[in-house]
Design a protein around this ligand. Structure first.
Ligand SMILES: C[S@@+](CC[C@H](N)C(=O)[O-])C[C@H]1O[C@@H](n2cnc3c(N)ncnc32)[C@H](O)[C@@H]1O
Length: 248
């Protein structure tokens, strides 16, 4: 499938800079802890979580802190990312596999987490969701995090990077329609502005004296995000979390 090979070409390497930025950048740490706590909320004590398309494992590293005592598994189709994750993210079982054919038995996990994955498997969204549903236990949840495909920043990303173009189908209406096919669903806007994340994409979190100007720029970004949150309603936000409950 040519869409899949284009995605694999793009994602094949491990992006250590992105991983360390997510973990060390204090401005992103706040956001990541808030997201991990929302996802961990769906896990029962001692439960099992699977992240599909987990990349270098930064989400799982945060989840390990918010869901201690739970079992965490990460799947990605990039061997390099899985190898990067193996020693780097303790307490996580890394598995190299494709989201369209998960190597797990039916009804294994309490939560299946898909963060920023669906727009990269746009050609197989339904298959990926059906696989996630298959490995989910009754009573469990699929938790999806996607950027709003109609926002300006998403449109810019789609313009400059062909692998992001599946975002055009990540609108709240389309995601909810797809989710409702499976079970009761809830959509919440979990982040308003993506200014800090966009800054992180370009600047990372530098070491040494470069951290001084970087910190100033991030502080301005943070002020922008606070103003955005004061002025605009949550529905004007960028990052959507959709959870789908498996009732039986
Ligand atoms: C934008 S990254 C998101 C990574 C991680 N979820 C996060 O939030 O940092 C998308 C990830 O999905 C993985 N991916 C894309 N298509 C996949 C597929 N068909 N099967 C498994 N992983 C896939 C990529 O290798 C990449 O790591």
């Amino acid at each position: 499938m040519c869409e899949r090979s284009a995605q694999l070409d793009y994602h094949s390497g491990a992006d250590a800079k992105r991983y360390h930025n997510r973990l060390r950048n204090p401005f992103l740490q706040i956001k990541e802890h808030a997201l991990a706590s929302k996802v961990a909320h769906f896990l029962p004590q001692g439960g099992k979580l699977l992240e599909v398309g987990c990349g270098e494992g930064s989400n799982l590293a945060y989840l390990a802190r918010h869901a201690s005592g739970c079992s965490l598994t990460g799947v990605d189709f990039s061997e390099e990312k899985v190898i990067f994750m193996s020693p780097g993210v303790p307490k996580v079982t890394p598995v190299c596999a494709d989201a369209t054919a998960l190597p797990f038995c039916d009804a294994t996990f309490d939560v299946v987490y898909l963060r920023d994955l669906l727009h990269h498997v746009d050609f197989a969204r339904e298959t990926v969701l059906d696989e996630a549903w298959r490995v989910l236990k009754p009573g469990g949840r699929i938790v999806i995090l996607e950027s709003h495909g109609r926002r300006l920043l998403s449109r810019l990303f789609m313009l400059v990077n062909p692998v992001e173009r599946g975002m055009r189908n990540s609108t709240p209406e389309q995601l909810q329609a797809m989710a409702r096919r499976l079970g009761p669903t809830k959509l919440q806007y979990v982040e308003g502005s993506f200014v800090l994340r966009a800054l992180g994409f370009f600047l990372g979190w530098p070491e040494g004296w470069m951290q001084v100007p970087a910190r100033l720029i991030y502080l301005m970004g943070s002020a922008w995000e606070k103003a955005h949150a004061l002025v605009l309603p949550p529905e004007a936000g960028m990052y959507m979390m959709i959870d789908i409950r498996k009732t039986s």
